[in-house]
Design a binder for this molecule. Structure first.
Ligand code: CP
Ligand code: NVA
Length: 297
């Protein structure tokens, strides 16, 4: 049997495919009616090991808007808690046309993808958040006043899943990224290697250096889901990486949300005129609708 096309990270698509996906996202956003029957009769299973607001609602609403249906599966209420990932995924694969999975460990994501007979979409794991990156790139493309090759995005704080995916996506589009993290919290090696190979990534030790000359300043929580027991040392390590009005200056502010107010960012920044966080959240919907149509076409 032919292997289905999965979307575990942006490294699963070519540069050309990423550009096509973003162009399609813009078309879906502009003219949603045109796509209202694109996935008629299709079902998406949405499997969550972790909590979610945006990912769950945007995928579920997206499937409805495409004429399909989505099933929400809280891991804890399923027999994934008792059975093997292989048996459970192979069973679900017989019922639905695609699976979206939010996992703690990337190894669980890969294990699920290795057996799934339908396309599997990574809805976040410890290493990647590729659906977030699709929405982020769509947002950057909409907002930048410069050609992409002259656009610079700074990411400050934790070199986490959101940062890793953004590095790969920006490098594919020729957008420059400047990442500022404390020692020991640098982004994932595979993402760094990709960004550097494309000459689109610079790493810094301070938030001030990272934002220099940037058009966008992006941050995310210092304590991702699953890292709660590291709270004390993380709050200490990241104390100089908070995005304040002073650090932001006149750059656009981005955050995948949920924000931990008073930690990585202040309320003032979230509410400032330069903040584009809700447009970013909205773009999850449009980008994922395009992704679903593209994967299931
Ligand atoms: N940005 C994001 O993935 O949000 P949720 O965790 O609420 O889904
Ligand atoms: N880095 C965060 C992103 C949440 C959308 C986490 O993994 O918890």
């Amino acid at each position: 049997m032919e292997k289905p096309r999965h979307f575990l990270s942006l490294l699963d698509v070519s540069q050309k495919e990423l550009s096509e996906l973003l162009a399609m996202s813009a078309r879906v956003k502009k003219n949603p009616k045109k796509f209202s029957r694109s996935l008629e009769g299709k079902t998406l299973a949405m499997l969550f090991q972790k909590t979610s607001t945006r990912t769950r609602v945007s995928f579920e609403a997206g499937m409805t808007q495409l004429g399909g249906h989505a099933i929400f599966l809280d891991w804890r209420a399923t027999n994934f808690t008792r059975g093997a990932i292989k048996d459970e995924i192979l069973s679900i694969s017989r019922y639905v046309d695609a699976i979206m999975f939010r996992a703690y460990k990337n190894s669980d994501m890969v294990e699920a993808a290795n057996v799934s007979t339908v396309p599997l979409i990574n809805g976040l794991d410890n290493l990647w958040h590729p659906c977030q990156a699709l929405a982020d790139l769509l947002t950057i493309k909409e907002k930048t006043k410069k050609p992409l090759s002259k656009t610079t995005v700074a990411f400050v704080g934790d070199g986490n899943n959101v940062c890793n995916s953004l590095i790969v996506g920006c490098a594919m589009l020729g957008i420059h990224m400047r990442v500022g993290t404390p020692e020991g919290y640098e982004p994932y090696g595979k993402a760094v290697e990709f960004g550097k190979k494309k000459n689109c990534l610079k790493l810094f030790r301070s938030a001030e250096d990272a934002v220099e000359g940037a058009d966008f300043a992006y941050t995310d929580t210092w304590i991702s889901m699953g890292e709660e027991n590291e709270r004390k040392e993380r709050l200490h390590a990241f104390q100089d990486y908070r995005v304040t009005p002073h650090l932001l200056g006149n750059r656009f502010f981005m955050h995948c949300l949920p924000a931990h107010i008073g930690e990585e960012v202040t309320r003032e920044v979230l509410d400032s005129k330069n903040s584009i966080i809700y447009g970013q959240a909205e773009n999850r919907l449009h980008a994922q609708k395009a992704l679903l149509v593209w994967l299931l076409k």
